[in-house]
Design a protein around this ligand. Structure first.
Ligand code: 5GP
Ligand code: MG
Ligand code: MG
Length: 187
């Protein structure tokens, strides 16, 4: 699999260091807000599974973890437009602070869809914690809810990246680093 990677953008150590910083920031914000009941970390499956696992182990607060799934991508590298919620929450988020955990924000379609969904379920605040952000690709400006904040790991250049949870056609998620896939592997 390593031979399919053109360039490593963030190594395992760089990822780990940045996740620690994000977790420290979230810990201090939520501690300051004296949030009770505990915040709900809602990870977007499947891409955020490694990020949320690393993040929640470093956040020093009682918290709840749940998953949602939203599909729009299929197996390609371009968003197919309007995403839909295809796996719903188990936890009731009414009156709870929610941190939506994403691997990467691209057009913003997925996040706006999920924020609308969580808002309709009565979350009292919605923050977003995205490991990567490709701001130049944004088409939809998602709106945080209540006193929600936007946490992001790194700004990502406009390449199709894989690893650390992110796939191409369901492959490469288990790579411990984030890299650019050689074009000959996505056709
Ligand atoms: P958006 O709805 O913001 O356009 O796209 C969000 C989703 O598209 C992400 O959660 C991710 O699953 C996928 N995505 C966007 N950019 C990339 C990328 O560079 N690599 C991979 N593997 N997935 C991406
Ligand atoms: Mg995702
Ligand atoms: Mg994908």
């Amino acid at each position: 699999m390593d031979s399919h990677i053109e360039e490593v953008l963030w190594t395992q150590d760089q990822i780990s260091a940045r996740v620690s910083e994000l977790a420290a920031e979230i810990t201090s914000d939520f501690r300051a807000a004296a949030a009770a009941p505990p915040p709900v970390f809602v990870a977007v499956a499947t891409g955020a599974f490694l990020f949320v696992a690393d993040l929640v182990r470093k956040v020093e607060l009682p918290l709840v973890v749940d998953f949602v799934r939203s599909d729009s991508y299929g197996s390609g590298t371009e968003s197919s437009g309007a995403p839909a919620v295809s796996l719903d929450l188990k936890v009731d988020v009414r009156g709870r602070h929610v941190v939506l955990v994403e691997d990467i924000v691209d057009t913003g379609n997925t996040l706006s869809c999920l924020i609308g969904h969580l808002k309709s379920k009565g979350a009292s605040s919605i923050s977003v914690c995205a490991f990567l952000d490709k701001p130049v690709r944004r088409k939809v400006h998602f709106q945080l809810v209540g006193d929600g904040k936007f946490y992001r790991g790194f700004e990502c250049p406009d390449y199709f990246v894989v690893g650390y949870g992110m796939d191409y056609a369901e492959l490469y998620r288990s790579l411990p680093y984030i890299g650019v896939l050689k074009p000959e592997y996505y056709t």
